[in-house]
Design a protein around this ligand. Sequence first.
Ligand code: SAH
Length: 464
Amino acid sequence: MKTFPMFLQMQGRRVIIAGGGEQAAQKCRLILKTEAAITVLAPVLDPELADLIAEGRIDWHTGPIRPCDFEGAALVFVATGCRATDSCLHMLAKSAGAIVNVVDQPDLCDALTPSIVDRSPVVVAIGTEGTAPVLARQIKTRLEEILEPRLGDLAALVGRLREHANTRLAPRARRDLWRWVFAGPARDVHRQGGERAAAKMIKHAIDTATFGTEDNGSVALVGAGPGAKDLITMRGVQQLQEADVIFYDRLVDPEILDLARRDAERIYVGKAPGCHHWPQDKISGVLVAAARQGKRVVRLKCGDPGVFARGAEEADALSAAGIPYEIVPGVTAASAASAALGGFLTERGTCDTLVLATGQSQTAGKSLGWMKTLQPGTRVAVYMGVGSAGKIAHEISVAGLQDVIDIDIVSRAQQIDQAIARCRASSLVRTVKESAISNPAILFLTWPQSTAQDVQSEKVAQLR
Ligand code: SAH
């Protein structure tokens, strides 16, 4: 190790930042996370720094810079944006005995700033001694996924309860207690926002000395997103990494399963359209059975578990069996497809209403109930609509809207073989047949507000 990691005490200490531009602002943002008193030395300031001074969060010194300006500082950052000025300021700061970091000049640095994962008071610093900053960022991303955002609050809570545990429990029992806290149900409850409930659980565990390893199984209904590995949420990844068993769907990309623990059991419960290999009640049944064995279960569904995913049926079965469950949202196909088109699901003034609909109706031959929601300023995102393209085109024509409705189709949105097409109702069936469009795909039917106004003003003009 050429460098040695240490956590510096920053409370009430001075940090000097020489420079008033973007680089200085960047260091300032970093140090503002601490409780240090920051002084910026610069003749002029970038707007972000100026705002911080106006808010009284940092001090500003404009005059000539002398060695005494650096005296007693815990750290000095030199970031003027001019290498020659930086070198001079480095010499001044060194002559005052300061620990100095000069931005982008590792040879002039006594201390290097690491990549930081901040779950304060839990802080992880990653350094590569300047050899591989990209690797440091990759490691940081992995850790950001693993460490839930509220972990710092849990650590702080444990810190507050430590004294209480010390007075009640022997050292060995205390170790078991804290292991139980960080690996068991209290952490889950806390992660889901139940700080008070978690505190109560931990206090109860301390008072009664009960923190066995018995764990009563639970289920997380997790949205995997549209298929791209990096479009699952961090909470989803966390659940995957903690799962003993994962029940997954046909549309879940195998790469997403790689995010799970290597020894987690993976069970495919997919349903192909029209071929119900795994009936819904059987899926609900296996979820309940696995949880009853005390397992941590993940039910991984494509997109969002709350959108055309039969999540409600599974949740009902779990509730009826008294099994706790959590819903982890995901990026639904409509969001993924809209982004793939370079557009937005709603657009102020043009499309203010968004309808999520399915192309599969429960009763064959029956008309698509959502057709009546097509109004000016509305966009309908049709899931599972490829097979009903003929029916959709027909109903649009019957409503006399064939020249009004814009149709965009995105198949396998955000996946490597994503395909996009745009057409009118008259050519919808041909477009689906002849282009690279196939399942899974989203059909957007949009009746733009402006068209409605145009049609209406045309009609008004004709009446006149
Ligand atoms: N829960 C899912 C929807 C499941 S229904 C979600 O929130 O996205 C299955 C339908 O979702 C498919 O028939 C298709 O219409 C749509 N779908 C899922 N993934 C998709 C993708 N990557 N691109 C386009 N459509 C997708």
